[in-house]
Design a protein around this ligand. Structure first.
Ligand SMILES: Cc1cc2nc3c(=O)[nH]c(=O)nc-3n(C[C@H](O)[C@H](O)[C@H](O)COP(=O)(O)OP(=O)(O)OC[C@H]3O[C@@H](n4cnc5c(N)ncnc54)[C@H](O)[C@@H]3O)c2cc1C
Length: 308
């Protein structure tokens, strides 16, 4: 204290500045050493802080609980589990087989409340002669969860389909979960590795001998992508950019509203030998829905020997 009082003003100022510099420097050092280590190419997961991993685990847990809720409702036959984490939920059906025959008979000013034998003949006649317009008065609204590579094929079906969450309309907009808002955390893992077909250029045939090796390669690649994704999120990268490191087997969700004709067209093209196994699994769900809810249409529209 005595020393301090004897110091000149200039010297006091220098001491104060030095103390401030010291405090600032030590704070800076503290911050630097409390940061996660710099990104590593060998194991990017090292740089994620533990609390954040907990959050991610909680999110994964929540997602698996969602799936469990989905299982509870399967008995209603309006919700089908597809592949490992996907589903098809029929949210609504607008119309039935009577709607089809009434639309066809409106030319004669007639209207019925239930289908009879005559109506079955009429539906067969309409289909045999490709009078498809009455089938467009029936619409469905589905909530679909499928891997991105499946949706890439699905999006090609545009005529008579609305990708919207509202009532059927001609807006040609589709709604899909956004990787700009939601973490893309779930991915599809094939049960078996299929072999490249010899005669179908784009298809598969049989299974690969070394399944274990393929699974290991797959898991390493997927883990690497997801680790990079999580790390980028942790480092503050926007989800809309971080997601570009994710693979094509990440699950996405859409609302799809096709007409009965469009749905049938989808089944014809996608529940077929040349279509990829994964999208076929979804097409099969639609075929079974038609079989249950539109038995007459199903009987004549589908090649019965193929679908029975
Ligand atoms: C096994 C398989 C392999 C495929 N491989 C590829 C591929 O490698 N690359 C690729 O890009 N796509 C591929 N596709 C997608 C395919 O080319 C179609 O885009 C998809 O199946 C949707 O069928 P679509 O065009 O009939 O459907 P939509 O576009 O919904 O059309 C429905 C129907 O409306 C009519 N229609 C539509 N547009 C017109 C028009 N402009 N003029 C007149 N009539 C029209 C047609 O009758 C048509 O069938 C593949 C499909 C399958 C099933």
């Amino acid at each position: 204290m005595i020393f301090w009082e004897n110091c000149s003003v200039n010297f006091q100022t220098i001491i104060i500045i030095r103390i401030m510099l010291y405090l600032m420097l030590s704070s800076l050092i503290d911050r630097v050493f409390s940061w996660p280590s710099s990104p590593s190419t060998t194991h990017p997961g090292n740089m994620v802080r533990s609390t954040s991993w907990d959050d991610i685990d909680k999110e994964l847990q929540r997602m698996s609980e969602d799936n469990a809720m989905m299982d509870d409702e399967l008995g209603q036959q309006m919700l089908w589990k597809v592949l490992d984490h996907g589903f098809v939920e029929c949210e609504d059906i607008f119309g039935d087989e009577v709607v089809i025959v009434n639309a066809a008979r409106v030319s004669f000013g007639k209207r019925k409340v239930a289908c009879d034998a005559q109506d079955e003949k009429l539906i067969k006649y309409l289909l045999d002669h490709k009078h498809y317009s009455p089938f467009r008065h029936v619409m469905f609204r589905f909530h679909i969860k499928a891997p991105e590579f499946v949706m890439r094929q699905w999006y090609k079906h545009v005529v008579g389909c609305e990708w919207t969450s509202s009532i059927p309309s001609q807006l040609h907009g589709w709604n899909e979960i956004s990787g700009r808002y939601v973490d893309s955390m779930e991915y599809y893992k094939p049960m078996v590795w299929r072999e490249q077909s010899k005669d179908k250029k784009q298809g598969s045939d049989g299974i690969v001998d070394d399944q274990a090796l393929c699974s290991t390669l797959f898991q390493e690649a997927i883990d690497h992508s997801f680790d990079a994704y999580k790390c980028m999120i942790q480092w503050g990268v926007a989800k809309e950019q971080a997601r570009i490191v994710l693979p094509l087997n990440v699950y996405t969700e859409v609302i799809w509203t096709p007409s009965l004709q469009a749905l049938f067209h989808f089944i014809q093209l996608r529940d077929e030998d040349h279509a990829q196994y994964e999208i076929r699994e979804y097409a099969k769900v639609f075929a079974s829905l038609l079989r249950d809810k539109f038995p007459i249409v199903y009987k004549y529209m589908m090649k019965a020997d193929k679908y029975e």
